[in-house]
Design a protein around this ligand. Structure first.
Ligand SMILES: NC(=O)c1ccc[n+]([C@@H]2O[C@H](COP(=O)([O-])OP(=O)(O)OC[C@H]3O[C@@H](n4cnc5c(N)ncnc54)[C@H](O)[C@@H]3O)[C@@H](O)[C@H]2O)c1
Ligand SMILES: [Zn+2]
Length: 1572
């Protein structure tokens, strides 16, 4: 049987039973060994749905002993429910059911259930018996074993608990078939951990079975069901082995005082990540990362070998686990949360599994073996190094202790490793290969060799030695699977010829070699050509000249004379050479077409073939021609792969630079690698003592600081070593010759420009940071050595950039240590990049060469937010000519208080010799574009963070390089805004411009070409329709102002916390209904656009709709919803591309909310969540089919999912089938308060849930054709029902003062109350006595809703207030009284809001930084005006009046930063330099104006400034409708004027919103107030 029932002993008893489908055994065991009157089965609601659970329960019931009973109890799933509260309710249940001491509790579930129920059992009646039936992998192998039980508290996980051993742990593998994929993989982390610390054999077995495992688990069907029986053998074994280890460890150390500690491998660091990344990341995922980090630490400390770390990371990724927090999918999953170094360290020290604040880590010595028998203390320094990707290198100290000779063995050479594998596989006999490089190439090579049955491969010394039992080339046979070779170039070239030797099998007559996308573009043609000529039939499966290829195994490799063009790659030559002995005829290989490249590598192949017993004879008559006779390789017993000679240059250079001695023990003068000459040819002449034997190289450096420059060296045979040479040359100088420039000239390295990076440029750039000059040569570089080490400068804080190039990083790690003046070390970025060839380099530098290293957090480039004080991310505006760039750029600049620059103007300024047209005429377009790009790049580099608005020429995107810079700016957190206008409008507009004759066709063509680039380069789009009236223009300006404030993060959407609503629009085209949109949205805090109802899903169309919605609702926050059919909407379910595209459109147009369905594919969700910037996300889920009552686990799981996605709001819509469903919903609402929750029931009988919902209730309007969901109500209906239920109580409001006979306040407020269905009434109360008000209203009216206070009471009322708002304090008067309950009152003042909002509603930006303001008059309203203008950001406030003493007094009472300037005289008014953008008149309008005041005023009116909006004057006096001052300003000075009635309404509206909490229906109110 595959999975027999096995009993594992723990603490001396065989209580752990493991098997497959052992339900009967489970029931029997429990009834037999734990007899009781009461069995209580407790599980979570997820398990209740599993069919295996149901049948188990039946079995429990049907064989229940007489006189016993079974009780069942369910709890909600998830860690959040592992709480004291849940425990208490279980206990209450048990008590209520009369459970006593003999009760047996059976916990069926994952670790949450096991831990919590175990704890219940431990304390109920001072402890009752309990049984664990673990159902998650984690629970099977970890949490159910060992007797630890616990619950969580808000302050930490597992803090409250007990040790309580279960009677039995009954492990049934069958449960795993219903376990969700991610949970399955999560559990694997613990399994791999256990094998890694204790069981090397099991670890190897896990390695071997990874691929199949992941395939099966990934292919679980939509019901999350895994075909467990296909991997049963493997899974059963891994569970069993893991349990055995844990049981053994626990048995020897039940209370975790020593050995049990080892189980925490990966957990010290893993927990620190988990603390930050929870709930997005699961425990096992964090432990996986922790294991790698802790293994790396072990390696860094010289305890664990690099091969072992490589095995660990390989196996973890093979099982689908993350191995670094930076992995893209893991970053997406954890929403790009940062894991700052200091927080990680902090979490590690408070971790309860560590003693004190010191940090302890379990170190690994080898796979399967820990270092010591307990965890070890580690230093913060070492941890910092491991946890970061930036390394600080401290000055190398050379002293007695480290002057001893050091022996270093760098990793094996890649070229030699690959050749050795081929030769040994084709050879006869056993060959032990040591020091093999573990890379992708060798990995694919090894598995291909096995697949083709070339050899049998095993390993020794924990994988350090590879043992190849070659089959002598005879058994090679076609394998059923394709040979997948990733991007491994060498492997694919070598294996192509090997495939030609393969024999057919009865079922297979060909071999297919394939690779990843990149590999499928790399050439292989010349090799295939010559094999074809030699009789092998090879077909290209996809594209000519590249993999995949199909090699026919019935054709035969004939041999004889083979010609090969070897000017492309020496790998083709080596490939044929190595297979040549197995051809039918002896081979003569002739390389034709000129001098072959890299002939050294051909020599290497030939020499290695000799070592494996086959001689290649070079032709004496023909150049580059070789004779190979037939034969079979004979494997040497052992083959030690020579270390990589390029890597060896670093430790050798270390010796040279520090005056110490280093020996590389397996590279000598016999070496086949070009870089082996580095020591004798470069370091020797520079003053080092170099000793080379046949197989070793020793370098001793001269006294520190006395290396000599190397006049000239041709490094063509060792190009990779030139970087090392450069850093040595940097500190080499000629003795005593102070005039010498100490030049080292390196040539023959032109190819290094096209390696991982342009290495010549990289060296020059980074050397300069050390103060070292260089000169680039066509084929090399000159380094100007420093005269003294003291001149070596410490690079600036951000340190040395590695260009993701291992050789750059390793070279500079040496020079960094030579800087003596770096008390904080020299920073090298991207430590990880050395992993490409030498993952252990830093460990060697640290442990073997004695360097002091530390790690640190990357210095931040400026990122998204504008929060940090001096970063003000600039804005770049792009778009077609005539889209309105100039106008909008100006608006943008005023709103943000930025400087505005037109890049075309800047160009002409720099050109200084005429217009752009002239320039183009003289130098042509191309030159213009490249100059334009240069200027753009420069301004962004200099001013990208400094608060500028750049408007660009329409053609800037024509240049590819400009596009790169635009995108780069976006990636750095900048805003590139695409100003979009309709093509037809653009054409009309351009045709009307006589100065630029334009041809329609041409415009259209240009438009089409550029629009896609604009889209591509921008992160925001603003749709700017053509405006034909001043009102349209104002609306657009207002909408733009709000848009720019939103996208720059200066004004963020605040999610309402009180009763609020949004209306749902289901129109096909909003343009047809734009006039209705205002009344439809009355009282709403947001408006939802149902994109799935729109007539067209084209992004441009949708964008236009959003623009219409904004301008017609005064930018009410938009909820962008695409409701799919499955969720009850109209959008096709599987059109994910269209959905992604639409979300992108939404984010680019800066919508305030996006509704994101929780059932969408996670990739879409992460895309939205990780690009949301300031947009809030509503995670929604709908149950139209009434499939899930509110108590169902579906909702709980969706809630957990929404929390894990960290959405901003959760929206759950269920379906009520009966009224009681609403009551269950309310219970759900009450228990879920982590995030704002919108939870409602559809249908008529669910109506009440809409009334009881508080935040953002979806509503309809009587102006809409139909409700968008069954049972939807209007806001008025909701408020009325709520009132009738007692939710809202009636309130009385009054306007107080005298005279108030004509007051419009009652009609203003009552109109609003009526429209929104509020049970309020507004009346007049005429008196001039504050005392009366206090007595009659404040004291006398218990249901007082608020007072509007007018003259003469605005000051007198203050003494009755319990508190004052800032506005009331600053203005020094109260016009609004807000009852706070218990006879306490807040005094507020909304006059300033009346002023501000009436200006803003006329198109003045909310913020007018850099503009000056003017106030006329010195009364109470003037004070409100001062406050308003200051709040709007006026840089200076001029004040004029008939006489000035009162003004002086007023000025004194405001803080100096208000910058008030009292203008005493006409002269002074004339001299005022600042132009004025806003003026507020606060003098009575019914008397003629004083002549001097008038002259002062006119001096200012002439200075009206158009700062993106026309200069605007508001007259606070509202009678007559057009005052003399207004007339003067408008007619004579062309100011925009705003009548006082607007101010009056706006201040009343502000009161309304403060009192009621609802948005006021402004338009209706305004109409009511202004018409009699
Ligand atoms: N006591 C210990 O020594 C110990 C050790 C490790 C972890 N733990 C604790 O274990 C808990 C984590 O355990 P977990 O990972 O099992 O989490 P879990 O109990 O939450 O289970 C994970 C999810 O899988 C579901 N599930 C479980 N088995 C299922 C099945 N067979 N079919 C379908 N769904 C199934 C659960 O309902 C849950 O949604 C943590 O609270 C942790 O503190 C305890
Ligand atoms: Zn764990």
């Amino acid at each position: 049987m595959v999975a027999p029932l096995v009993k594992v002993p723990i603490l001396g008893k065989e209580t752990i039973h493991v098997g497959y489908k052992i339900h009967s055994h489970i029931v029997e065991t429990i009834y037999k060994h734990c007899s009781s009157s009461t069995y209580v089965i407790i599980n979570d609601t997820n398990l209740s749905k599993v069919s295996y659970y149901k049948s188990l329960l039946n079995e429990f019931q049907s064989s229940l002993p007489q006189e016993s009973r079974i009780l069942t109890y369910e709890v909600s799933p998830g860690e959040a429910n592992k709480s004291r509260e849940t425990k208490a309710s279980i206990e209450d249940y048990l008590l209520k059911q009369g459970c006593t001491r003999d009760t047996v509790i059976i916990a069926i579930g994952g670790g949450v259930i096991g831990d919590m129920i175990g704890f219940v059992a431990a304390t109920f009646m001072r402890g009752v018996r309990f049984i664990q039936i673990p159902t998650s992998l984690l629970a099977m192998v970890d949490s159910s074993i060992g007797g630890k039980t616990a619950v969580d508290t808000p302050l930490g996980k597992n803090f409250i608990g007990a040790f309580w051993q279960p009677e039995f742990v009954l492990v049934d593998i069958m449960w795993l078939s219903s376990l969700p994929r991610r949970e399955f993989i999560n559990g694997m982390a613990e399994v791999i951990k256990t094998a890694a610390i204790w069981n090397a054999e099991e670890f190897t077995r896990l390695e071997d079975n990874a691929i199949k495992f992941l395939e099966v688990v990934n292919n679980g069907d939509s019901d999350e069901s895994t075909a467990i029986e296909t991997i049963l053998n493997h899974v059963y074994k891994l569970v069993l082995e893991s349990i055995k280890v844990k049981a053994e460890v626990v048995s020897s150390d039940e209370r975790e005082s020593g050995l049990r500690n080892l189980l925490n491998f990966g957990h010290s660091i893993g927990h620190a990540y988990e603390a930050i990344l929870t709930p997005q990341a699961l425990h096992g995922e964090c432990v996986s990362i922790g294991m790698i980090k802790e293994a790396e630490l072990s390696r860094y400390l010289g305890i664990l070998s690099p091969t072992q770390v490589a095995r660990l990371s390989k196996i973890l990724s093979a099982y689908g686990l993350p191995i670094a927090p930076e992995e893209k999918w893991f970053k997406d999953l954890t929403l790009n949360k940062e894991t700052p170094l200091n927080v990680l360290l902090d979490k590690m020290s408070i971790d309860k599994k560590n003693a004190g604040s010191k940090k302890k880590v379990v170190l690994l010595e080898a796979i399967g073996k820990c270092y010591g028998t307990s965890a070890h203390f580690v230093t913060d320094e070492d941890l910092r190094f491991i946890l970061t990707d930036e390394t600080l290198v401290y000055p190398f100290t050379v002293n007695e202790t480290n002057t001893n000779e050091k022996f270093i063995t760098p990793p094996g050479s890649k070229s030699i490793s690959n050749r050795a594998l081929i030769l040994a596989a084709l050879g006869k006999g056993q060959c032990k290969i040591r020091n093999l490089l573990h890379s992708d190439d060798t990995k694919y090579m090894l598995s291909a060799i096995q697949d083709l049955n070339a050899a049998t491969i095993t390993s020794e010394d924990n994988g350090e030695t590879i043992v190849i039992e070659g089959h002598g080339g005879e058994a090679l046979s076609a394998c059923p699977n394709e040979l997948y070779l990733g991007n491994a170039g060498t492997a694919s070239r070598f294996l192509t010829s090997v495939a030609a030797l393969v024999n057919s099998t009865p079922t297979k007559d060909h071999v297919i070699l394939t690779g990843n996308a990149r590999m499928q573009q790399r050439p292989i043609g010349p090799l295939v050509d010559s094999l074809r000529i030699n009789g092998i039939k090879i077909d290209y499966v996809k594209s000519e000249g590249c993999l995949p290829i199909k090699v026919d195994t019935s054709s035969v490799f004939q041999g004889g004379r083979i010609e090969l063009a070897a000017t492309v790659s020496s790998q083709y030559v080596s490939s044929i050479l190595m297979c040549a002995p197995y051809a039918q005829e002896p081979v003569t290989l002739s390389l034709v077409g000129g001098k072959p490249i890299s002939i050294l590598y051909v020599d290497m192949t030939i020499k290695m073939m000799e070592k494996f017993g086959v001689n290649v004879i070079k032709s004496k008559t023909e150049p580059y021609t070789y004779h190979i006779s037939k034969g079979t390789y004979v494997n040497p017993k052992e083959y030690v792969i020579e270390s990589d000679a390029s890597s060896a240059t670093y430790p050798l250079a270390f010796a040279a630079m520090t005056g110490t001695t280093v020996t590389v023990s397996n590279i000598g003068y016999e070496s086949l690698q070009g870089d082996a000459k580095f020591a004798p040819l470069v370091l020797g002449p520079m003053g080092c003592t170099v000793k080379q034997t046949a197989t070793s190289t020793t370098v001793t450096g001269p006294k520190v600081g006395s290396l000599k420059p190397l006049k000239h060296v041709d490094m063509e045979p060792m190009t990779d070593a030139f970087l090392t040479a450069c850093v040595v040359a940097a500190i080499a100088h000629d003795d005593g010759d102070s005039k010498s420039e100490n030049i080292t000239t390196i040539e023959g390295i032109a190819n290094q420009r096209v390696k991982e990076c342009n290495r010549i440029l990289a060296m020059a750039t980074e050397l300069e940071k050390f103060g070292v000059r260089t000169k680039e040569l066509p084929d090399g570089i000159q380094v100007y050595g420093l005269n003294s080490l003291k001149d070596l400068q410490c690079p600036a804080a951000q340190g040395i950039h590695s260009y993701d190039d291992h050789r750059v990083a390793m070279s500079f790690s040496l020079l960094a240590g030579m800087v003596s003046t770096a008390p904080n070390g020299v920073r090298i970025q991207e430590r990880h990049c050395t992993a490409k060839t030498w993952p252990g380099w830093w460990d060697v530098l640290h442990t073997k060469l004695g360097a002091k290293l530390d790690g640190c957090e990357p210095t931040k480039g400026s990122t998204i937010t504008n929060n940090s004080n001096n970063v003000r991310k600039s804005v770049v505006i792009i778009g077609m000519r005539a889209a309105g760039k100039t106008t909008i750029s100006k608006w943008c600049a005023t709103t943000l208080g930025y400087k505005w620059v037109d890049l075309d103007d800047l160009f002409e300024e720099q050109y200084a010799d005429g217009s752009i047209k002239d320039f183009v005429a003289k130098f042509g377009w191309e030159k213009f574009r490249s100059e334009e790009t240069r200027i753009f790049k420069e301004v962004i580099e200099q001013y990208g963070d400094k608060g500028y608005v750049f408007s660009t020429g329409g053609g800037i995107v024509e240049n590819a390089e400009s596009r790169v810079h635009l995108k780069k700016f976006v990636s750095q957190g900048g805003i590139v805004m695409h100003l979009h206008r309709d093509i037809e409008e653009t054409i009309v507009f351009l045709k009307s411009d006589p100065t630029r004759p334009a041809f329609v066709e041409e415009i259209r063509e240009v438009w089409e070409r550029r629009e896609k680039w604009y889209k591509d380069c921008s992160n925001y789009t603003f749709f700017a329709p053509h405006c034909s009236t001043e009102v349209e223009f104002q609306n657009l300006r207002r909408a733009f102002g709000k848009f720019i404030l939103f996208i720059s993060g200066l004004k963020q959407t605040v999610i309402p916390t009180k009763r609020s609503a949004f209306v749902c629009l289901t129109f096909e085209d909003l343009a047809e209904h734009d006039t209705k949109l205002t009344p439809i949205t009355y009282g709403c805090d947001a408006v939802e656009v149902r994109v799935d109802h729109l007539a067209n899903y084209d992004p441009d169309y949708v964008n236009r709709q959003l623009s219409i919605l904004r301008t017609s609702t005064d930018s009410l926050p938009i909820i962008f919803t695409i409701r799919t059919k499955k969720q009850g909407g109209n959008f096709p379910d599987e059109e994910y591309e269209a959905i992604e595209e639409l979300y992108k459109t939404a984010l680019k147009s800066g919508v305030e909310y996006i509704d994101l369905e929780l059932t969408l594919p996670t990739s879409i969700q992460y895309n939205v969540l990780n690009n949301k910037r300031f947009t809030k996300i509503i995670g929604s889920h709908h149950d139209f089919a009434a499939a899930y009552p509110w108590g169902d686990a579906e909702w709980e799981n969706r809630y957990i999912q929404a929390l894990a996605l960290d959405v901003d709001i959760i929206k759950f819509v269920g379906t009520a089938t009966k009224f009681e469903d609403n009551l269950v919903l309310e219970k759900f609402r009450d228990a879920h308060k982590e995030k704002p929750l919108i939870a409602i029931n559809m249908t008529e009988c669910g109506k009440i849930s809409r009334v009881l919902n508080t935040v953002l209730t979806p509503i309809t309007s009587h102006l809409l054709p139909s409700a968008s969901a069954p049972g939807q109500l209007t806001l008025k209906q909701i408020n009325e029902i709520y009132t009738s239920m007692g939710g809202l109580s009636s309130k009385e409001f009054f306007v107080v003062g005298t005279p108030i006979g004509h007051s419009r306040s009652p009609i203003l407020h009552n109109t609003g109350y009526e429209l929104l269905g509020l049970p309020y009434n507004f009346d007049k109360y005429e008196t001039d006595s504050a005392e009366v008000i206090s007595k009659e209203l404040l004291e006398g009216k218990p249901n007082l809703g608020g007072l509007a206070v007018t003259i003469p009471l605005k000051l007198d009322i203050i003494k009755y207030m319990s508190e004052l708002t800032d506005a009331a304090k600053a203005i020094g008067a109260v016009n609004t009284v807000i009852p706070l309950g218990n006879k306490t009152f807040r005094g507020d003042n909304t006059d300033w809001l009346g002023i501000k909002n009436s200006l803003v509603s006329n198109g003045v930006p909310e913020s007018v930084k850099g503009t000056a303001g003017l106030i006329i008059g010195a009364g109470g309203t003037s004070r409100a005006a001062v406050f308003a203008l200051h709040k709007m950001g006026c840089s200076k406030i001029f004040m004029i009046n008939r006489t000035t003493p009162k003004l002086e007094e007023l000025k004194e009472s405001f803080p100096t930063e208000f910058n008030i300037v009292v203008v005493n005289s006409i002269e002074q008014a004339e001299q005022a330099k600042e132009p004025v953008g806003i003026a507020v008149s606060c003098v009575p309008a019914d008397k003629p104006l004083d002549p001097t005041l008038l002259s002062k005023l006119e001096r200012f009116l002439t200075k009206g400034l158009n700062a993106g909006f026309p200069p605007t004057l508001l007259d606070a006096a509202y009678k007559p409708a057009v005052t003399p001052i207004m007339r003067l300003a408008k007619d004579k000075y062309e100011w925009q004027v705003v009548p006082g009635a607007q101010m009056l309404v706006h201040q009343g509206v502000a009161q309304f919103e403060k009192w009621t909490g609802f948005k006021a229906p402004y338009k209706a109110i305004f109409q009511a107030v202004t018409t009699d």
